[in-house]
Design a protein around this ligand. Structure first.
Ligand code: ADP
Length: 252
């Protein structure tokens, strides 16, 4: 018994140490870059061209945004994990919320195409709409981030076969995720080591937050993917009023 406790404490300590080491690394990389470019601007300002100055300031701004994103994600992740995230449930039709997320992502990724397909008579779902949008944005952002320019990211909304659920599929034409990695990507700080992942910014918290928020709202998330053939992330959320689902079935 004592040995089991000791093992558990060691495991916890190890997880804690891993966490500190990952966060420190994630903080140090952008901070080093901010300090380096600020230093150059201060010490060699008169030797720099206007173009160089603007470029260095832009890097400082981008890296600061990266830090803000990381801190916001860390706060959300810990709130979600500790169950402190306050959710305000509302009966909501998913399409307008998805459309507004797609609009944002179109601006962020102007060289990607986004398409939304919705079945008819989709029933409202019971969600916290802010958190629902955070989930959709995370999935759309990943879909665009991990797929080549000029390809299409598709969102499909359908009524799940048993009618009590609404299903949302986010599909991309990216590099895909191997079966082995499909279970890992939902863990905290998990990033697949590949040249593509290394070339785009991220901290491995997006899918962890997405999964936790989805499950907190009684939904489920799963992924189907094949390396080289793209990925589909599937969400299912319960309809707000299951009686509506029965009525809909009777009418058909
Ligand atoms: P981040 O994108 O910040 O690294 P996420 O938690 O959102 O973190 O995703 C974890 C990892 O899963 C990513 O680093 C990437 O390797 C992989 N991944 C996520 N979405 C996709 C996707 N649509 N296609 C390919 N790989 C993906």
């Amino acid at each position: 018994m004592a040995e089991q406790n000791e093992n558990e404490i060691t495991k916890l300590e190890q997880a804690h140490l891993d966490f500190i080491s990952t966060v420190s690394h994630e903080l140090r990389t952008p901070l080093t870059s901010i300090r380096g470019f600020a230093d150059t601007l201060l010490t060699a300002n008169d030797k720099l061209t206007d173009e160089q100055r603007t470029k260095f300031l832009q890097i400082i701004k981008d890296q600061s945004n990266r830090l803000i994103n990381l801190v916001e994600n860390l706060l959300t992740a810990s709130k979600v994990k500790l169950g402190e995230e306050e959710l305000v449930y509302k009966s909501a039709s998913p399409l307008p919320y998805i459309d507004s997320c797609v609009k944002m992502l179109r601006q962020k990724y102007p060289n990607h195409k986004f398409s939304v397909e919705s079945g008819k008579n989709i029933l409202p779902i019971l969600v916290d709409t802010d958190k629902f949008q955070q989930i959709i944005i995370n999935l759309l952002d990943n879909a665009a981030k991990y797929s080549p320019e000029n390809t299409t990211v598709t969102v499909k909304i359908s009524q799940n076969t048993n009618e009590n659920y609404v299903q949302i599929d986010v599909t991309d034409c990216g590099n895909g995720i191997s079966e082995e990695n499909q279970t890992k990507i939902f863990q905290r700080f998990s990033r697949i080591d590949s040249p593509l992942t290394r070339s785009v910014q991220g901290n491995g918290l997006g899918l962890f937050i997405t999964k936790n928020l989805t499950e907190k709202m009684n939904g489920k998330i799963s992924v189907k993917s094949e390396v080289g053939k793209g990925s589909t992330f599937t969400l299912v959320f319960p309809v707000a009023n299951p009686e509506d689902a029965c009525m809909k079935k009777l009418k058909e």
